[in-house]
Design a protein around this ligand. Sequence first.
Ligand SMILES: C[C@H](CCC[C@@H](C)[C@H]1CC[C@H]2[C@@H]3[C@H](O)C[C@@H]4C[C@H](O)CC[C@]4(C)[C@H]3C[C@H](O)[C@]12C)C(=O)SCCNC(=O)CCNC(=O)[C@H](O)C(C)(C)COP(=O)(O)OP(=O)(O)OC[C@H]1O[C@@H](n2cnc3c(N)ncnc32)[C@H](O)[C@@H]1OP(=O)(O)O
Length: 394
Amino acid sequence: MSRRSAGSGRAMALSGLRVLELAGLAPAPLCGMILADFGAHVVRVDRAPRSAVGTDVQGRGKRSLALDLKRPPGAAALRRLCGRADVLIEPFRHGVMEKLGLGPEVLLHENPRLIYARLTGFGQTGKYAKSAGHDINYMALSGVLSKLGRKGENPYAPLNLLADFAGGGVMCALGIIIALYERTISGKGQVVDASMVEGLAYLSSFLWKSQNLGLWNRPRGENLLDSGAPFYETYKTSDGKFMAVGAIEPQFYDQLIKGLGLDSNKLPSQLSFSDWPEMKKKFASIFAQKTQSEWCNIFDGTDACVTPVLSFDDAPLHQHNKQRSSFIKNDQEEISPRPAPLLSRTPAVPSFKRDPFIGEHTEEILLEYGFTQQEIAKLYSDKVIESNKLKANL
Ligand SMILES: C[C@H](CCC[C@@H](C)[C@H]1CC[C@H]2[C@@H]3[C@H](O)C[C@@H]4C[C@H](O)CC[C@]4(C)[C@H]3C[C@H](O)[C@]12C)C(=O)SCCNC(=O)CCNC(=O)[C@H](O)C(C)(C)COP(=O)(O)OP(=O)(O)OC[C@H]1O[C@@H](n2cnc3c(N)ncnc32)[C@H](O)[C@@H]1OP(=O)(O)O
């Protein structure tokens, strides 16, 4: 397969890599989208019979094949596809793939170079391996949720960003890339058991390993980085917006104090924990006196570590983000973040096309993977695959 991405004419880091992503909820689609953004040929294997509308909003750069895995010819078709693929991403709880006869021992036996990535909440073993769950449950089990939240309040889940996406989708992508690198040496594939509980726990290594520094020994919401400190907080401005303050180091804290028009000689020391609640009130009353844009005028260009809290409407329009083209607009005028990180020679070139409809590329994918027209016709007549050309052409 070409080392160049279709349409862009620029080489991408993962060009030529064949990925099969079994359609799942949120984390696996992100994992597949990252690989697609960096040039992999990602096929999303959707369910047949298909539902009216897909739930994957992270289908950028992917193609869709609608295949009924519950029927033996459908499972057999996936086995054949895996025979020619580099990576399989499966997002089901443990046991589902085995029940379909598509477990790793089968697929790796048929293609020993396959990277078989299993992205689950609880992993492949252990008491919860077969239990349903969502981001908040995985965060809870990792220990991390217990650290999140404000003083006196219950633990608080910051959307489904941490377990689903950081500990799940991104960690799984990392596992895949590590296994692909290792395959260049051994020639062998392997299973990546990407548990979101463990992915997030690993991501929180700093919290675990800094416990002896005394950073976290007060209750939730009363520590340095968990909204306890006045200099690591958000503050409301006079126009109802917010500023984010992260002035940890003394030299940066000094600049914060200066920008707020305060005299450091008349204030308690920065790390006087008992004064933190009062200092917060003081900072809050000062921030409430000016608009967000007025505070930006004061703090932009300083090292006070004070930035505006931007809405989704405002973030793409902020001068800094515009200067780096940090957000992109696709052919449907939808705005989303540009893939990161930026690689200097082979950056990601995200697709600007709309996401695929379920089953939009069924036939072309099967042909590409070596199925004959007769075999495809049989799969159609057996109702094992579906095509969605009509809708795609509307
Ligand atoms: C917090 C997040 C979740 C957020 C998701 C939201 C973004 C979306 C949730 C609901 C969506 C809305 C809803 O669908 C209604 C609208 C629909 C419309 O189309 C769009 C708008 C909607 C409003 C829509 C909008 C959004 O999309 C939603 C709001 C998370 O935490 S996500 C992380 C979840 N956890 C995991 O991924 C860990 C691993 N997976 C699991 O543990 C389980 O999969 C899970 C998630 C617990 C689900 O369990 P379930 O019983 O449903 O599945 P499994 O046990 O894994 O088995 C899968 C079965 O499906 C069969 N199968 C799979 N593929 C095929 C195929 N191609 N052909 C045939 N059959 C297939 C497979 O064989 C299994 O069958 P069995 O059960 O019989 O073994």
